[in-house]
Design a protein around this ligand. Structure first.
Ligand code: FMN
Length: 433
């Protein structure tokens, strides 16, 4: 077993934490930074490399054509913008990587380059950014479009967006700022350059008007479709992915590494992290009870699963008969997510069978005692040959402590989790092993 990178993916975003848990709201207010700062301190002490915060810009109403379930159950909504949270998380920690999500579809590249550069100066190299293309039409309708642009074209546009952001970051030579008080020269004008970018989607003059960066923020991405993998493999430093079996994890990782190599990159510079949801129990009896509860397909469980896949894929799953096979489905939104869902059961399965299969062997859930989960992750790491894992779950204190207090020592005893993060920033920590 070798050391793995670990992180935390906050799939609820800067949104409601712990709704439905008996401890909901006890001692914390999800609308304020403190609960996320507490979680970030725990992650740093645990030796996790990074804390990624999801984002989206809609009140989802795909499931059944209404926002009823999403609002009733606080799923994906309400949420705050994650960027203003970043300085609070940086202030609470000194080594942890902080990664907000940012939409290449809705942020102008100049605005994004400037915001991220500013935050990276605060962060001393600890900043990352999760680039998404925001597939849903209802998101696009908040930004003046009738519907989101076509899937592959969206990635072409995101590629140009990344190119422009990076050109802007490089528009000042590293030694452009002289601060020469004797000669009275603050910056050397010959070392600051316009970029004069004129592309298919963007026209940006530059230069950026913030100070040059000692290191660029770490780019994180989760493309899953063919075009999505191209984008991720060509550009990303960290790639996050959902995959339900070790075979699919290994295949995904090797495909991304091939893309990176074909683009002239060293595949070892990329960190591929698979999302897992550890559910730590005290003993086998409790594990069996958790499994039995998850396998019950109650209406609430059906709603929970289907609102999620409806939102992420843009397909209304309420309109399908639970006891009929699903029709062929395509989407202009998150193709990988839809594909992953449909492939949870053999082709021709009914929607209920798919839900049942997922409830019984939820690809992300790892249920067991801390030692069993650590053993499982160790053997998964050996089998996949991967770089590490992202824990997922909401960051209300009960969940964070229930999960990490027992799991961290179990992972450390097996040599899977580092004892301590280095001080060199996120990129340096990722390059440690
Ligand atoms: C672990 C994970 C986290 C993601 N986080 C976000 C997010 O915060 N916001 C968002 O709009 N999309 C998010 N996505 C969606 C991805 O950015 C991407 O659109 C999705 O993986 C589908 O890509 P594809 O069309 O290439 O399959 C996430 C996906 C995964 C797997």
């Amino acid at each position: 077993m070798a050391l793995q990178h670990f992180g935390w993916f906050l799939g609820a975003g800067f949104g409601v934490q712990g709704w439905g848990d008996p401890t909901y709201g006890v001692g914390y207010d999800w609308k304020k930074p403190a609960v996320y700062q507490d979680a970030a301190r725990v992650f740093e002490a645990a030796g996790l490399d990074l804390f990624i915060i999801e984002d989206g810009v809609t009140v989802p109403d795909t499931y059944g054509g209404t926002a009823e379930v999403n609002l009733r159950d606080a799923r994906f909504v309400p949420k705050h913008d994650p960027l203003p949270l970043v300085p609070y998380l940086l202030a609470a920690t000194s080594k942890l990587g902080i990664v907000p999500t940012l939409s290449a579809s809705f942020y102008e590249p100049f605005t994004a380059a400037r915001l991220l550069a500013t935050l990276q100066h605060f962060a001393d190299g600890r900043l990352g950014f999760n680039v998404v293309t925001s597939g849903s039409d209802i998101a696009a309708q908040n930004y003046g479009l009738d519907k989101q642009i076509e899937h592959d074209l969206r990635y072409d546009r995101a590629q140009e967006w990344v190119d422009v952001v990076r050109k802007l970051w490089r528009s000042w030579d590293a030694d452009a700022i002289l601060e020469d008080t004797e000669r009275g020269v603050f910056a050397d004008f010959e070392k600051v350059h316009t970029i004069d970018h004129k592309g298919e989607f963007f026209q940006v003059r530059g230069p950026l008007n913030t100070a040059p960066l000692a290191s660029e923020p770490v780019m994180v991405q989760a493309g899953a479709s063919g075009r999505g993998q191209q984008f991720a493999g060509n550009n990303s430093d960290v790639i996050l992915q959902l995959a339900s079996t070790p075979q699919r994890m290994a295949a995904y990782r090797s495909s991304i590494r091939d893309v990176a190599a074909a683009a002239g990159r060293n595949p070892d510079d990329i960190t591929v992290l698979f999302v897992v949801n550890p559910i730590v129990t005290a003993n086998d009896e409790e594990s069996a009870a958790v499994r039995a509860r998850r396998a019950e397909l109650t209406q609430a469980a059906i709603d929970e699963a289907l609102q999620g896949v409806s939102y992420l894929s843009g397909v209304d799953f309420k309109k399908f008969d639970l006891d009929e096979p699903l029709p062929e489905l395509t989407t202009n939104s998150n193709q990988g997510t839809l594909d992953n869902f449909v492939r949870s059961a053999p082709s021709g399965s009914t929607l209920r069978e798919i839900l049942q299969a997922r409830a019984n062997k939820d690809g992300l859930a790892v249920i067991g005692t801390a030692d069993q989960i650590a053993d499982h992750l160790g053997s998964l790491a050996d089998e996949v040959g991967g770089d590490g894992f992202l824990f997922t779950g909401q960051v209300h204190p009960a969940h964070v402590h229930r999960t990490l207090d027992p799991l961290v020592p179990a992972l450390r005893r097996r040599g899977l989790l580092r004892e301590e993060l280095g001080d060199g920033g996120l990129r340096a920590n990722l390059a440690d092993f």
